[in-house]
Design a protein around this ligand. Structure first.
Ligand code: ADP
Ligand code: ASP
Ligand code: MG
Length: 599
C-alpha cells in the first residue's frame, strides 16, 4: 500500500473548522488507498505568541526552556487533529517528536535531525490509523525536547516522508503553491507548475518562506517529491522534484530578505588565514554567513563584507571584534537597513547576459547596488532596505516572471505519479542503509573540482551610483564574453567600490579592451587582472546551512598558505578563486578537508 505524508501549516489549522477540513483531507487520502501520516504545525500564530510570552518573562530565555515551551504549540494541534479524525469515525493517533523517536542534536532552537525510528509509526499505520506527528520537534540523547528552527514542520514532514519511503509529501499551506516571488509582496507573481530541488533550495534560503530550506535538503538527498498546495482548495499546486519548469528561461523566481545585516571589516591584512580566522569564529557560533565579498586594496589590506541574520548580529559582531583584534584589522562597520534581492534559475549558467539584465532593471528603477555576488544558479544584490520592493518588482518584470515560460507551455505537465517513479529516486532500501550509516542531516559532498580555464578582472575605484554594473556587464555581454563569477564589494565608508569577475582566458583581451574603453566614460580608477586563476568548486547538500563547511574550506587552504581571492556560496555549491599556480595544491587540500563527508 502506498504511503503519503500530508503537512498542514499554522494557518491551515488556525481554528477548529480548519482542523476539521484538514482531517477530512487526511481521511480522503486514506480512502484513496493510502496510508496517511499527517504532520501538523501549531495553530495560527501560536508559536509567535509563545515566543512573546517567553520574552516578557526573560529577555534572553534559556534555549532549552524555549524549546520546552515552543513545542507545546504542536502538541495542542496534533491532539485536536486526532480528535477531529475520531469524530469523523476514523482511527487516529497523535505523537510528539519524542514519541516517534525523532532524534536530534542538542542545539536548541535550531536542532538538526540525526535519525528517525519508523517502527511505532509503521505499527500504527498497519493497524489502520492515521498517524499525526507533531512538526518542528525532536529529542536529543538526554531526552531534552528540541525544535528545528522556525518553519521547521516542513522539515519534519519531508524527513518522515524520506524514512518511510513515502510516495509523496504534500505541503498544505495558505497559498496555491510556489510562486515566482512572494505573492503577498507582488500580486503579479505567478504560481509555477514545477520547480527543481536546487532552485527551491536557493529560493528558500534567499527568503521564499513558503518552504523551510532544510526540508528541501532532505527532499533532494532522498528524492522525495513534494506537492505544495492550498489547504482550502483541491487545486493543483507546485511539484518540487528534480526537473525545472523550463529549460530555456534563465530565471525561475526572485526573492527578497530584509532580515539580514551587512558587516564590513576594514583593513584586513591580505595574507592567508585571515578569512579562516574570521569565518571560523562565526561558524563556531553557528551563524550562517552569506554574500562574502572581499575587496583587495592596494596597500596589502582588504575590506571584507558579508551578511548575517539580523537576529544574530550582536553575536556576529562579538565574534568579528575578537577576530579583528587577533588579525589586526582596522575597523568594523555594520548596517541593518539593507535588503538582499536575488534571482534564481537553473538555466542561468548556460546563458550570456543574465546578470546585466538584472543590473539594468535595477538601474532603470533608480536602485543603487551596494554589493553583488553570483553563483551558477543565483545572483544576489544588496540594496537599501526601503528600496527592496521596487527592486524586487523591477527584476521580476525584467525576467518576465509573470508569464509562463515558452517551453513549459509546450511540454506535457509532469504528473506527480511520474515524478515519484523516475528521476533516479533512490529506492527505500538504499535510503534506509544510508540513514543507518550517517546522520540524516549531515553535510554531503558530491564533488570537489578544479577549473584552470579562467582569468580574473578587477575594476578599482568604481563610482557608487546606479547603472555602473549594468553598463559594464552589458558591454561585456555584447562583446560575446561569458562572465562566470561576479562580486562587487561594499565600499565601507568610501564612495567607491571594487568590481571583480571571472571570464574564460581566451576572452581576456577582449574583456580588457571593453572595460578600458569604459574607464573614462564611467569614471573608475584602474583595471587589474590575473591572467590565470584557479576556480575550486565544492558541491553537495547543506553547504550553507552547515556553518562548518566554510571552516573546512578556509582552514584547508590557510594551512597551505593559499590566499583566497574571491568566493561565492550557494546552497549547493561553494566556489573559490585562487592564484593559478595554487590550483592543484588547493584541490588536494579541499579533497582532504571533505574526505569524511563524500557522498
Ligand atoms: P505555513 O504556515 O503553511 O507553513 P508559511 O507562512 O510558512 O505557511 O508559508 C506560506 C507563505 O509563504 C505564503 O503565505 C507567502 O506569503 C510566503 N511566500 C514567500 N515566498 C513565496 C513564494 N515564492 N511562493 C509562495 N509563497 C511564498
Ligand atoms: N510552529 C513552528 C513555527 O511557527 C513550526 C512551523 O510552523 O513550521 O515556526
Ligand atoms: Mg511554513
Amino acid at each position: 500500500m502506498s504511503l503519503i505524508v500530508q503537512k498542514f501549516g499554522g494557518s491551515s489549522v488556525a481554528d477548529t473548522e480548519k482542523i476539521r477540513a484538514a482531517a477530512r483531507k487526511a481521511v480522503r487520502g486514506q480512502q484513496g488507498g493510502n496510508q496517511v501520516v499527517m504532520v501538523v504545525s501549531a495553530m495560527g500564530k501560536n508559536t509567535d505568541q509563545l515566543e512573546r510570552l517567553a520574552r516578557e518573562i526573560n529577555e534572553h530565555p534559556p534555549a532549552r526552556e524555549l524549546d520546552m515551551l515552543l513545542s507545546t504549540g504542536e502538541q495542542v494541534s496534533v491532539a485536536l487533529m486526532a480528535m477531529a479524525i475520531d469524530a469523523l469515525g476514523h482511527r487516529a493517533v497523535s505523537l510528539t517528536g519524542g514519541q516517534i523517536g525523532i532524534r536530534t542534536d542538542s542545539s536548541h532552537t535550531k536542532a538538526r535531525i540525526r535519525s528517525i525510528s519508523t517502527d511505532r509509526v509503521r505499527r500504527l499505520l498497519d493497524a489502520g490509523n492515521i498517524v499525526i506527528a507533531a512538526g518542528f520537534q525532536g529529542i536529543d540523547d538526554d531526552w531534552n525536547i528540541t525544535t528545528l528552527g522556525r518553519g521547521g514542520s516542513d522539515t519534519t514532514a519531508v524527513a518522515l516522508a524520506a524514512v518511510l519511503g513515502a510516495e509523496l509529501c504534500e505541503i498544505y499551506t495558505d497559498v496555491d503553491g510556489v510562486y515566482t516571488t512572494d505573492p503577498r509582496i507582488l500580486p503579479e507573481a505567478r504560481r509555477v507548475a514545477r520547480i527543481s530541488y536546487d532552485e527551491m533550495l536557493e529560493l528558500a534560503s534567499l527568503g521564499a518562506g513558503v518552504m523551510h530550506n532544510r526540508s528541501i535538503e532532505f527532499a533532494k538527498k532522498f528524492g522525495v517529491p513534494i506537492h505544495v498546495r492550498n489547504s482550502m482548495s483541491d487545486a493543483e499546486g507546485t511539484l518540487i522534484c528534480s526537473d525545472p519548469e523550463s529549460l530555456e528561461a534563465p530565471v525561475c523566481g526572485a526573492a527578497v530578505t530584509s532580515d539580514e545585516a551587512r558587516i564590513t571589516i576594514l583593513g584586513v591584512p591580505d595574507v592567508p588565514g585571515t578569512s579562516h580566522d574570521i569565518f571560523s569564529r562565526l561558524a563556531a557560533e553557528r551563524i550562517t554567513v552569506d554574500m562574502i565579498v572581499q575587496n583587495v586594496g592596494r596597500s596589502g589590506k582588504a575590506d571584507v563584507s558579508f551578511t548575517v541574520p539580523t537576529k544574530e548580529l550582536a553575536a556576529a559582531l562579538d565574534a568579528v571584534q575578537a577576530a579583528c583584534t587577533a588579525i589586526g584589522a582596522d575597523d568594523v562597520l555594520c548596517d541593518e537597513r539593507v535588503a538582499k534581492v536575488s534571482v534564481v534559475g537553473a538555466g542561468m549558467a548556460r546563458q550570456i547576459g543574465v546578470a546585466d539584465r538584472m543590473f539594468q532593471a535595477l538601474a532603470d528603477a533608480g536602485v543603487n547596488i551596494q554589493m553583488i555576488t553570483t553563483s551558477e544558479i543565483k545572483i544576489s544584490v544588496l540594496v537599501q532596505q526601503d528600496e527592496a520592493r521596487v527592486a524586487l518588482r523591477a527584476v521580476h518584470d525584467a525576467f518576465g516572471l509573470s508569464q509562463v515560460p515558452r517551453d513549459e507551455a509546450r511540454r506535457d505537465v509532469l504528473t506527480v505519479e511520474r515524478a515519484s517513479e523516475g528521476n533516479g529516486r533512490p529506492d527505500a532500501a538504499d535510503i534506509v542503509t544510508r540513514l543507518r550509516e550517517t546522520d540524516m542531516e549531515q553535510l554531503v559532498i558530491d564533488d570537489v573540482s578544479l577549473d584552470q580555464s579562467q582569468s580574473l578582472v578587477t575594476l578599482h575605484g568604481v563610482p557608487d551610483r546606479p547603472g555602473v554594473a549594468a553598463r559594464v556587464f552589458r558591454e561585456i555581454a555584447q562583446a560575446g564574453v561569458f562572465v562566470d563569477m561576479i562580486v562587487q564589494s561594499h565600499h565601507g565608508d568610501r564612495q567607491r567600490t571594487g568590481l571583480s569577475f571571472t571570464i574564460p582566458q581566451a576572452d581576456l583581451q577582449r574583456a580588457l579592451e571593453t572595460v578600458s574603453r569604459l574607464a573614462t566614460q564611467l569614471g573608475f580608477d584602474s583595471v587589474s587582472h590575473v591572467a590565470r586563476v584557479a576556480k575550486l568548486s565544492v558541491s553537495g547538500i547543506g553547504l550553507r546551512s552547515h556553518t562548518s563547511a566554510g571552516t573546512r574550506m578556509f582552514g584547508g587552504l590557510a594551512a597551505a598558505g593559499i590566499n583566497v581571492k574571491m568566493i561565492n556560496t550557494s546552497e549547493v555549491r561553494v566556489n573559490m578563486v585562487v592564484d593559478g599556480a595554487d590550483g592543484p595544491e588547493a584541490l588536494s587540500r579541499l579533497e582532504a578537508a571533505f574526505a569524511d563527508v563524500r557522498g
